[in-house]
Design a protein around this ligand. Structure first.
Ligand SMILES: [Zn+2]
Length: 141
């Protein structure tokens, strides 16, 4: 019995040699696929979520067994980039909500960065200087 499992382990190791394996994107895909699969049990008609769920799971496995490591790494980088961008956006919205009584956020017309300033009185013209590119702009509050 032990011999059997050792052989199986060796076979799996040999099979996975030169293959990409698991990364953050495959974790995300398999989790999303399982959630969709679970949700498909409750939503009619079944096929609406069932086949997309299977497709996502197959995609996740396909990536893990792929031998095109360069391409999979590029996908992973893209995924991490998107995840970071979403995380930044969530943080910004959370901060805007937290500061809603004390601060206002303005977007710099030059570099699109957000500038946070203490909430001024209504109906005044204020000069704002961007912290990132030092561009100054006028805003009416
Ligand atoms: Zn700027």
């Amino acid at each position: 019995m032990r011999r059997f499992f050792e052989n199986l382990g060796n076979k799996i190791r040999t099979f996975m040699q030169g293959r990409y394996g698991v990364d953050e994107l495959s974790y995300f895909l398999s989790t999303a696929g399982l959630i969709l699969l679970l949700a498909s049990c409750f939503i009619r008609p079944l096929a609406i979520l069932y086949f997309p769920a299977l497709a996502v799971l197959v995609w996740s496995w396909y990536r893990s067994f792929s031998k095109n490591i360069y391409k999979r790494q590029k996908e992973r980088n893209k995924y991490l980039e998107i995840r970071r961008a979403i995380g930044k956006k969530v943080t910004l919205v959370r901060n805007m909500w937290r500061d809603r009584r004390t601060h206002r956020y303005y977007r710099c017309p030059n570099c699109r960065a957000f500038v946070r300033i203490p909430k001024p009185g209504k109906g005044r013209n204020i000069m704002i200087t961007c912290h990132r590119c030092h561009h100054s702009f006028n805003r009416r509050t």
